[in-house]
Design a protein around this ligand. Sequence first.
Ligand code: ATP
Ligand code: MG
Length: 391
Amino acid sequence: MSLRIAVYYDEIGLKGKNRPFFEHKLKAAVRTALAGAAAVRVRTFVGRLLIEIDDEAAWDRAAQALGRVFGIAHFGRVWHAECDLDAIARTALAFLPENEGLSFAVRARRADKTFPMTSPEINRLLGAKILEARRWRVDLENPAITLHVSLIGTRALVSWEHVPGRGGLPLGASGKVACLLSGGIDSPVAAYRMMRRGALPVFVHCHGFPYTTRAGQEKARRLAEILLRGQGAHPFWQVPLAEIQQRIIADCPEALRVLLYRRFMFRLAERIAAREGAQALATGEALGQVASQTIENMAAVAAAVSLPVLRPLVGYDKKEIVAEARAIGTYEVSIERHEDCCGYLVPPHPATRSTAAELDAAEAALPLAELVAASLAAAERHELTAPASAP
Ligand code: ATP
Ligand code: MG
């Protein structure tokens, strides 16, 4: 027997004429997540996806993989039955639990009106058949078990457990974004938020090697791999910043160091975005979290690039970001100690209210184009993937 799973999406169901586009992206994402499972078929079916896997025992693995697919509201196992109340009851009783004393409700939906009964009638008659077989009670308000029945033409789809999905939009539905990924707590959460809204990620990590160890790069790479579980292959760029930092330290005012480092990161990410076809940059900045994240400094730094800089965490408290980092599985890696190139020779009193003009003036001493070109020439691009089944 094969395993059947129905996948429900809410937001993408609302997109009118774009709906086939979103469904196509979701199908592709589901196929990617389930790669490796025995023969998988995925098709759209009256406002949901129907997955069929030639391995009835694959549920646990499939559920873990689908739980990581962006754009899914919820999903659950479904069973087919003939469109006849006795057949539906038989099918349902074969998979429903047998514990006594449970409360339940039947919720039928008719996709078309060919079936000769109304939904309330089906609910009532099917409920009675369940009651003949189980010592249960009906509770329409707050049932422990809800038996879902969809009548579609000559077939009934029967299900009961719904597993919540990640929500959002399917990966690839919202273009491509260069995600600036440090080894910290915030930027992986920011990248996750962008991916959850459908943006394909291009990860950009700037490192201070050889003035810092390789450990920071490894950490960023592991964070990217956590974000990519089950999402297919996406680029991860490791970009050297050390030479640029040396020049900034030698030639620019100390109080502006962090902001100037950041400006170069943005410039490098913008160049990579152009190569990769990404339309925006994304960072993990949150308003006021640290000195470099005042509105003035955000504006002064971003003035160095022309692509939009998206900051999905701008209105988050640190506590909220930490909670989300835990939920998506990046927190434990983020808090490992490492040297970050950003902490490199950072002054005790960084500027909190810089202007673009001030930063431009500070950079006048530097050969901008040359430094950017040299760093990009030494950058490494890796195509990263991580299996959906990774813990
Ligand atoms: P995070 O927790 O993401 O490191 P943070 O609160 O420490 O963020 P900053 O160090 O000010 O903040 O960095 C702001 C943002 O700049 C980061 O969220 C990230 O998007 C980007 N960034 C910082 N360091 C790097 C780096 N080494 N490589 C790439 N991007 C970086
Ligand atoms: Mg940081």
